[in-house]
Design a protein around this ligand. Structure first.
Ligand SMILES: Cc1ncc(COP(=O)(O)O)c(C=O)c1O
Length: 396
């Protein structure tokens, strides 16, 4: 999808070299790192410059205790969730962790994904040979697709048959939907009943503003037995170019071989990471830990407020213009219905031609994304205001 977006953009630019194009399509952040993070990283660089404080490999490969302890306190204990630091694995991205986790599981395990979906979950299972052939509309044989539509509030129904690995992402990219405690409880109960594993991507939890919405799947009783959670500093603290994330693999989580014997996933993931990964740089981890200081927390919150003000501006203006719009309240993504039911790629072309605006066609995220269009709130506020003005030239 993103290469097709790039191709169309290049073609448009070649014909319209003077057009000032604004992108509301990117999932990348635009605000700088928080001052507390910069200060901590500078200090860490200074430590690396002296023999007494220099650090080489992170001995245990899975992250310095100072960062894992800060995560345990601020991301989990503060929400009433107890996570041991031996269950927290620091990495260089939630993309690689969500991509790599499937390596631990059998080639014949059945994977369930939402439709629309963050493409990494699907493509990595295709690469691993866990699916059949492509069958059109970007779908693959052997994968269970769970449609997320306006009718179900973009939270999928439980699959009818047995599945082994379930990828869920809340707050969701691309729909901006969130799941309530009750909805997540149904998933946890399902997974416990079927011995399935939930791969829960919470990369956008920092954008939740509704106090009733869970930030972690471990806020649900029993989730420690069936769920792995992925988090990232990318969107929480502007680390897309710095690279730091973490994954929680509870020690209570067991999977079952054909003989029915339980296997400890925490130990397997530890082994996988220590075999294939040599840790995140000390400077980066020092910067990530600064996100949890009092100053860091406030600064990061201020940045998130800038993005969520963008989201509100986009949402409110589109609603005023007569569009049907979802998301953008507890997530930095706005999921809009295309006007008059036109195809999402046709809307992409129209928006580019008439308003010089770029968004992401919903169909690129899966068959159920057709008729939708994703806008992100990560732009600079001035660009967002200008983009909103240009939307006037498109009729809803
Ligand atoms: C749902 C989701 N998970 C994970 C990621 C990747 O995060 P990271 O930058 O930590 O690799 C993204 C980034 O766009 C995302 O949208």
């Amino acid at each position: 999808m993103f290469s097709e977006v790039g191709r169309r953009l290049r073609a448009f630019r070649a014909k319209n070299p003077d057009a000032k194009i604004i992108s509301l399509g990117i999932g990348d952040v635009t605000q700088p790192l928080a001052p507390a993070v910069i200060e901590a990283m500078h200090k860490a660089v200074d430590e690396m410059s002296k023999a007494e404080t220099f650090r080489g490999y992170d001995d245990n490969h899975i992250g310095y205790p100072f960062l894992r302890e800060a995560i345990r306190e601020h991301d989990f204990r503060s929400r009433g969730v107890e996570i041991d630091i031996g269950e927290i694995f620091i990495s260089d991205g939630a993309k690689c962790d969500t991509a790599n986790m499937q390596e631990l599981f059998g080639a014949d395990n059945v994977v369930a994904v939402t439709d629309p979906v963050y493409p990494v979950y699907v493509d990595t299972n295709v690469i691993a040979g866990r699916t059949g052939r492509a069958k059109g509309e970007g779908q693959y044989e052997g994968i269970v697709y769970m449609p997320c539509t306006a009718a179900n509030g973009f939270v999928p129904a439980l699959p009818e048959g047995d599945v082994d690995l379930i990828y869920l992402c809340f707050p969701n990219n691309p729909t901006g939907a969130v799941a309530t405690k009750e909805q997540l409880r149904q998933w946890v109960d399902y997974a416990r009943g079927r011995k399935a594993v939930i791969l829960f991507d919470a990369a956008y939890e920092a954008y939740i503003s509704d106090p009733e919405i869970p930030h972690s799947i471990y806020e649900i009783d029993g989730a420690r037995e069936v769920a792995i959670e992925f988090r990232s500093f990318s969107k929480t603290a502007g680390f897309t170019g710095v690279r730091c994330a973490f994954t929680v693999v509870p020690k209570d989580l067991q999977v079952y071989g054909k003989d029915g014997d339980g296997i400890d996933v925490n130990g397997l993931w530890n082994r996988r990471q220590c075999t294939k990964f040599n840790g995140v740089s000390f400077v980066t981890q020092a910067g990530a830990a600064a996100v949890y200081t009092e100053a860091g927390r406030g600064q990061v919150r201020d940045t998130i407020r800038i993005y969520m003000d963008n989201a509100r501006m986009i949402r409110e203006s589109l609603v005023k213009l007569g569009y049907r719009v979802y998301g953008g309240v507890n997530a930095p993504y706005i999921w809009m219905e295309t006007p008059k039911g036109i195809g999402s790629w046709d809307f992409f072309d129209e928006l580019l031609e008439k308003a010089h605006l770029v968004g992401t066609p919903g169909a690129g995220f899966g068959a159920s994304g057709e008729g939708y269009f994703r806008l992100t709130a990560f732009g600079r506020p001035d660009d967002v205001r200008e983009a909103i003005r240009r939307f006037d030239s498109i009729t809803a």
